[in-house]
Ligand binder design. Structure first.
Ligand code: AHG
Ligand code: MN
Ligand code: MN
Length: 344
């Protein structure tokens, strides 16, 4: 039997990849790992326990219905991160404002975390994969003071680590500290994440396209034309491509990362900036895809270099295999030039 590398062993071995103080990364990731296991436990029994399924009866800041598991995952992530004392604040999809820790040692924490605690929440009730997305930045303000919004509004290029947990047919933690992407699968019998996908690379080209085609009529002309291109027959380029759309960004992204493909959530009539959130959905996945050799843009601009203006900002997302994203961008440039922004 091959020797298994656990997540803890991996972090110790790669300590030098993290340019900051020893132990900080490992404590941060332990908090995320612990919260992931707790959320995983609840996700797994979602069908059994009445009071976990369904809506919490409240709307979150985006006006969407919060699911009970959203609220639960948010609380677990916040309390795990607060307890580790490396983080001075959190920005979450489920909280309108940043949560700045004011008490105890946490105010000295050198990092901030942004997260989508439960992604794909419309899939909870139907036993389809969901996820958690997170990103970690160094704070800008002085340790010992209360974190401010400026600590959070940093471009992806300043991110120090990020990743996601996917609660799928198995549970995986996939993350990067800027030195490639590694995936760990949770062995539920022993409760340990083990390295199962070392040094993940996304194929340069692929034949899967993922987009909610129900919104077709509202798409920019460039996206409409690109979809038609995907559907045309051409043996040389392996077309027609295969259409796959789960409706959980993490799960759609994870599949395309492994198999090669493109995921698009463009601007639509209803959502002129797209639906997905820049800070805790698009940037962390853009960081991972670039680390894996792929590409992410809003159709024109590189996601990683966008200067964020507010916590819950939305941008279109074109992400996946490099050649596919470049091709989709070319369609945007040709057929929807006014909707392609190039400004940073
Ligand atoms: P969340 O559950 O965190 O609100 O995210 C839902 C997102 C994303 O996971 C998914 O890809 C997308 O919404 C699906 O949107 P549509 O239903 O509009 O396709
Ligand atoms: Mn989400
Ligand atoms: Mn969410």
């Amino acid at each position: 039997m091959n020797k298994l590398t656990t997540l803890s062993e991996f972090i110790v071995e790669r300590q030098s990849d993290f340019p900051f103080a020893k132990g900080e990364l490992s404590r941060l990731l332990s908090a995320i790992r612990l919260a992931a296991k707790v959320v995983n436990r609840e996700v797994n029994k979602a069908g059994l326990v009445d009071d976990i399924l369904g809506s919490a009866g409240e709307e979150n800041v985006q006006g969407e219905q919060q699911q009970k598991l959203d609220v639960y995952a948010n609380e677990k992530m916040i309390s795990a991160l607060r307890a580790q004392q490396e983080v001075c604040g959190i920005g979450s999809e489920e909280n309108e404002d940043i949560i700045a820790f004011e008490q105890g040692q946490a105010v000295w924490g050198k990092y901030v975390v942004m997260m989508d605690p439960l992604d794909g929440s419309s899939n909870i009730d139907v036993n389809v994969s969901i996820g958690t997305i997170f990103s970690i930045y160094r704070r800008k303000s002085k340790p010992g003071t209360v974190a401010t919004i400026e600590d959070f509004l940093q471009p992806g290029l300043d991110m120090v680590a990020g990743g996601y947990v996917i609660y799928g047919s198995s549970t995986m933690l996939v993350f990067s500290t800027g030195h490639g992407v590694n995936g760990f699968t949770l062995d539920t019998s022993i409760g340990v994440f083990c390295l199962s996908h070392p040094n993940m690379k996304i194929p340069e080209d692929g034949n899967i396209y993922s987009i909610n085609e129900g919104n077709y009529k509202q798409f920019p002309e460039g996206v409409k034309r690109y979809i038609k291109y995907c559907q045309e027959e051409d043996e040389a380029t392996d077309r027609p491509y295969t259409s796959r759309y789960i409706g959980s960004l993490v799960a759609d992204f994870h599949r395309n990362l492994i198999k090669g493909g493109i995921y698009i959530y463009p601007q639509t009539g209803a959502n002129p900036n797209g639906k997905l959130r820049l800070m805790y959905e698009n940037i962390p996945l853009a960081f991972l895809v670039e680390q894996a050799g792929g590409k992410a843009s809003d159709g024109g601009r590189r996601i990683m270099s966008i200067e964020p203006r507010h916590l819950h900002q939305r941008t279109p997302l074109f992400i996946g295999s490099k050649k596919m994203v470049e091709n989709a961008e070319a369609f945007m440039k040709e057929y929807s030039p006014s909707e392609v922004s190039t400004a940073e």
